[in-house]
Write a protein that binds this ligand. Sequence first.
Ligand code: PLP
Length: 404
Amino acid sequence: MNGMGEGGRKPVKRRGNENGVPHISPAGKELLTELAREHGTPIFVIDHEKIRNNYREFREHLPFVQVYYAVKANSDPGIVRTLYEIGCSFDVASMPEFMIVYENIRDMPDKERQDWIWDKIIYANTIKPIDTLQALDKYKPLVTFDNIEELKKIRTYAPHSGLVLRLRVPNTGSMVELSSKFGADPGEAVDLIVAAFDLGLVVEGLSFHVGSQCTNFENYVQALQLAASIIDETETRTCRQIRILDIGGGFPVKYHPEVRSFQVLAKKLTSEIRRLFPPDMQILAEPGRFLVANSCVVVAKVVGKAFRDGKPCYYINDGVYHTYSGQVFDHVNYPVLSFKEGEKHISAVFGPTCDAFDTITQSAELPELEIGDLVYSENIGAYSHASSTYFNGFPPAKVVHINR
Ligand SMILES: *Cc1c(COP(=O)(O)O)cnc(C)c1O
């Protein structure tokens, strides 16, 4: 150990990685072309060691936080298994997501499984269908809510749940905004908690989500302050303690050099949480993107080529209805890169479907490519394959696992 990154030393640069943005090494590229040869294209390659490293990094910088992986970021069962094996907990937001986690712990004896689910799963969709509540009740899970109608449903169909009130908090500057759809106004929060207690339910915690890919760390600070004052006021009004604080997701990934590092955020969170909350407060987090974004690469093939509007155009066999869906839903741009070297030209890259909307980019910088050449995009593990469709008959990319 040489105290790397501590005491004012310059952070050590990772290979091929000038500003902290993760890039694939030459050996990694060779492996990807081999996998494409073996499996065909398009392939969505998941590197499980990277996921384990992301989990370890999160735990290293926020050791007092119980980590619930937000399954919606990438619900591949292999990812769930990898995270389960290293002790991760899970945030699910639908019954099918609950079942993906459940299937991976099916070897446990019944009683043990009940306890595991009770401790390690949070159902973090504030809106739950009645049949979902009925199915969940026997596990006494943590479930979130943010309105009175949901409380009444929970009272009737899942009264054994542990309730977590989701607060509406500032989402300014986050890439994906969530506050228009979810969260109780802070001014109504204590009334809702009181209403829950009056219905005979137990409110165990508060939660919030600052918006996904949050680069404005003030959002977290403001959310923590709101939560602290609501917990205080609840105690004053009801004499009951709230001892779970769920700080949600939003932990940013370094897609660009400008994104400030997770370490900076973790430091800020640690000092604010120490300042604002009693030491016995249980802190939960629900990272999605942070655990998986840099763990996956898509490899696709050039299946057509044309010259339009003064530039080369490449038609590849993956696009925005498929692995590149994050460009629509997640507002992330994934540069299309070539395995080939050569003089670069501004080029358009289109997906395979018969829709002009299926345009990955009008301005890739690519060397001249031939039909059959492979291209790839990295850091595409979150909100990508998970929202892939079968549009126009093209199935989602085949998933390939690297598990070293
Ligand atoms: C999507 C979501 C997450 C994960 O968010 P990331 O920004 O990917 O970390 C966590 N919690 C809830 C409730 C979500 O909806």
